[in-house]
Design a protein around this ligand. Sequence first.
Ligand SMILES: Nc1nc2c(ncn2[C@@H]2O[C@H](COP(=O)(O)OP(=O)(O)OP(=O)(O)O)[C@@H](O)[C@H]2O)c(=O)[nH]1
Length: 331
Amino acid sequence: MSKQTTKNSQILSTTQQSTAAGKTLTTCLSHIQFGALIELFNGTAEGVFVIDEQGTFEFVNPMAAQLLGDSQQSLIGQSLLQFLHETDRDKYMYTLLNWLDIKDTRLNFGPNEVKINKLDGCIIEADLSISNMPQSIACAQKLYVCILHDLSAHKAVFNQLKIQASTDHLTGLANRFMLDESLNKFWAESIQSHQPLSTILIDVDYFKNFNDNYGHIKGDKCLQKIAKVILQCIPSRDCLAARYGGEEFAVILPRCNRDSAQVVAKHIQQQINAMSFTDIGLPPEVKVSVSQGIACEFDNQYRTCEALICAADTALYRAKTDGRNKISTCL
Ligand SMILES: Nc1nc2c(ncn2[C@@H]2O[C@H](COP(=O)(O)OP(=O)(O)OP(=O)(O)O)[C@@H](O)[C@H]2O)c(=O)[nH]1
């Protein structure tokens, strides 16, 4: 017996003892091919599995079993489709079933991002690709090799970066980037649904004096407290409170008319006037106020969302020149 044959026989006996595989796969391959293939797949750090035309597992390597949340043994005979989140299931079912009609063409599908329903109920995000098993090692019945790459760690970092990219670091409100994105979205919805869209620009009065008197650190704390109050005053989760820049904030109120926006602005004014700064070590008599400008889009009053913001800015300027701690509405 040659050295190679001895090695193959060893591989075969160990893999047969430790590995479950479906009937089609075991009958398709010679024992030596089977052993070598299983050895290769089992040692792979990516999830690898083999399915038939119906999506039934013929083989699952340890990493794939871990990602699917079941044992290699019990996955054999189950369907890949039941592990795919419903948003992906139809796409994969369609691909596999459709392939039956065009068997002669090679199937190379993906990698695509999918959500996997693990057996324990958790959902993980992964890249999944499906490719034909080469004819040289498969038989007349089609088998597909699938690679499942866990994206959980990347997704967690990505989502964290996404939050950071849209959040103002000092106040925790939406930043200017998020404000612009959301405004465009709210604007399109408002035009399409013929619903009003209101915006309030809010600027802290005499904030330079606050900084000069109490220092920038206390100034930062003051901005954080104002942001918190604004957030508490906006009526629903649909609305957006953002830091527009420096000591200026913006509130976007979808489906809110001018009267409702004025109620919100009044509430903000009262709450800010009532603020105390004793918690940051300042005397009880320290008070702040804000000036606010309101503009409301209804019935194509403005041509663009930039024009709406511009109108709110003009109203804000008027509130400042009227003596500050005022609310001015663009009519
Ligand atoms: N502490 C702190 N100060 C800031 C920040 N951003 C802007 N400022 C300050 O806000 C002040 C704004 O000053 P001005 O534009 O003159 O306005 P104001 O003093 O508020 O006066 P009016 O707006 O005219 O009522 C400046 O002193 C800026 O340094 C910040 O992130 N932290």
